[in-house]
Every structure is written in structure tokens, then in C-alpha cells.
Write a protein that binds this ligand. Structure first.
Ligand SMILES: [Zn+2]
Length: 65
């Protein structure tokens, strides 16, 4: 999917020509920005932290039940 600002809507990738223009209005299509690496790093760090807290919870439960 790619965003066309002129049409103000998404256009399917397979409808966009090799020149990267909107099939409706001919405006050069703006491809969605790639996810920044530090954003991915933040997600990975968050997942690791949540797993760590989850393990802590399991350990706590195993000692208190
Ligand atoms: Zn368009």
C-alpha cells in the first residue's frame, strides 16, 4: 500500500506503475516511511522487559501458592 496525498487515500501497490505514480491522478506516490531502527529497538526492549516481569510474577506465585 502507498499513500497518495492528492487523492487522500491509499493505492494498491500493484496498481502503481513502475514510475511510482498514482493510477488515478498521476501524482508521484509517497511510500510509507520505513520503521526507524530505534523504534524497533524500543519494541524489542519492551517485550524483553515484559517477559522479565512475567517470569518474576511466575516465580513469585510459585513461592506464595
Ligand atoms: Zn492519486
Amino acid at each position: 500500500m502507498a499513500w497518495c496525498e492528492t487523492c487522500a487515500k491509499f493505492q494498491e501497490d500493484d496498481k502503481i506503475g513502475r514510475d511510482g505514480k498514482c493510477p488515478v491522478c498521476g501524482t508521484p506516490i509517497v511510500k510509507p516511511l520505513k520503521t526507524p531502527w530505534h523504534f524497533k529497538l524500543l519494541i524489542v526492549a519492551t517485550v524483553i522487559y515484559l517477559l522479565y516481569r512475567f517470569v518474576q510474577l511466575i516465580m513469585w506465585l510459585s513461592h506464595h501458592l
